[in-house]
Design a binder for this molecule. Structure first.
Ligand code: BGC
Length: 245
């Protein structure tokens, strides 16, 4: 089945039609700059523009970079505060004329990774961390998602972990791979202590350079890079939309 997945990020909003049987794109990817400031109205217009571009008349899956409960963003760590409490699902539905499922971006990436990537067939407790502008997380028990975990915001050494282990922190603070791997190790060790996972999957754009830091990460749990890279959000969103049917 083909489904439209849209991935809303801080700098770009990306959409593609996804073959939900294979996880491959069934169209070219369309990327439009995220309007600045990224307030609900202008962002919803871009979502509608993407749906119109694909002439889409079916359910749409849409990621959002915050906690999303029943279609409503509840936090806004890296997006405009006006989103908090805005019914994103209803807004996107009225703009596109289609039914829309809105879910956290890391949850979407995790859904895709569990079905088509590094988490395929993995039972037990799997944690996926996406290291990007922020740090997103998703948690799966025997393949079933526990939504809206926010392991990126654990407090480590008195600081929000996201400020130490996001790829943005690595770049803006100029951390060496070794130093960053040490910070990531502390983050993962704390998670190990809290929930004893069976597998860590590390995603986000930086995962394509995993050989630079994963070998230096020190934790007991098996740790592997994500496989879907920047496709994960769109694919996971499309899979979530397929569930709507
Ligand atoms: C947000 C998460 C989001 C992550 C990645 C964090 O700051 O709190 O909800 O998944 O960034 O975008």
């Amino acid at each position: 089945m083909n489904m439209l997945g849209i991935d809303i990020g801080g700098s770009g909003i990306k959409g593609a039609i996804v073959d939900t049987e294979t996880g491959e794109f069934a169209s070219k990817r369309l990327r439009i700059d995220t309007p600045q400031p990224a307030k609900p109205g202008p962002v919803a217009e871009v979502v509608a523009e993407i749906a119109a571009h694909f002439n889409w008349r079916a359910a749409i899956g849409c990621t959002f970079p915050a906690i999303v409960q029943h279609g409503v963003p509840m936090t806004a760590a890296n997006v405009d505060d006006e989103w908090i409490g805005t019914d994103a699902k209803q807004l996107f539905e009225s703009q596109t004329g289609n039914s829309v499922v809105v879910l956290n971006d890391a949850d979407a990436a995790g859904i895709a990774e569990m079905k088509f990537g590094a988490g395929r067939g993995k039972a037990g407790l799997v944690v996926i961390l996406t290291l990007g502008t922020g740090v997103g997380s998703s948690l799966f028990m025997d393949g079933r998602l526990v939504p809206n975990t926010e392991f990126g915001h654990l407090i480590i050494r008195g600081k929000d972990a996201e400020w130490r282990t996001s790829d943005r922190a690595r770049q803006t603070e100029g951390y060496s791979w070794k130093r960053w791997a040490r910070k990531l190790s502390e983050h993962l060790q704390y998670l190990e202590f809290l929930i004893s996972p069976d597998l860590f999957i590390i995603g986000g754009g930086v995962s394509k350079r995993s050989e630079k830091f994963l070998p230096m990460v020190d934790c007991k749990t098996k740790i592997v890079p994500a496989q879907l890279r920047n496709r994960a959000g769109i694919v996971g969103a499309a899979l979530a939309a397929a569930e709507l049917r």
